[in-house]
Design a protein around this ligand. Sequence first.
Ligand code: MN
Length: 128
Amino acid sequence: MKATILVIEDNEKNAYFVTFILENLGYQEIQARDGEAGIALALQVKPDLILLDIQLPVLDGYAVARELTRDKELHSIPIVAVTSYAMHGDRERVLQAGCVGYIEKPINPATFVAEIEQYLPAGKRSNS
Ligand code: MN
């Protein structure tokens, strides 16, 4: 069984693009359009990985990451931030908030898959 990946992203175009890549690789993909909905869905589904946009309505990605990593049922799920912020210090900020990794937009399909799959157990990757 390949991984279930939760994508928390408010931008339709970005969400569509990520869906296209993940579903082509055979991943189960679920989506939320804001931070609060993302946390609710994470609790419900317990995904294997969370891709988290930082600029989000309702609750921004930093707050979402902090809340997820404080939850006793969710704290071990890897969270990878996906952000267009290119400001110095952002990487440190997302890691401090509890994310394990950081991917910059625009997403590069050539490197995106390897970047996220390093956080998935070997048996749940697309090539397994
Ligand atoms: Mn956004």
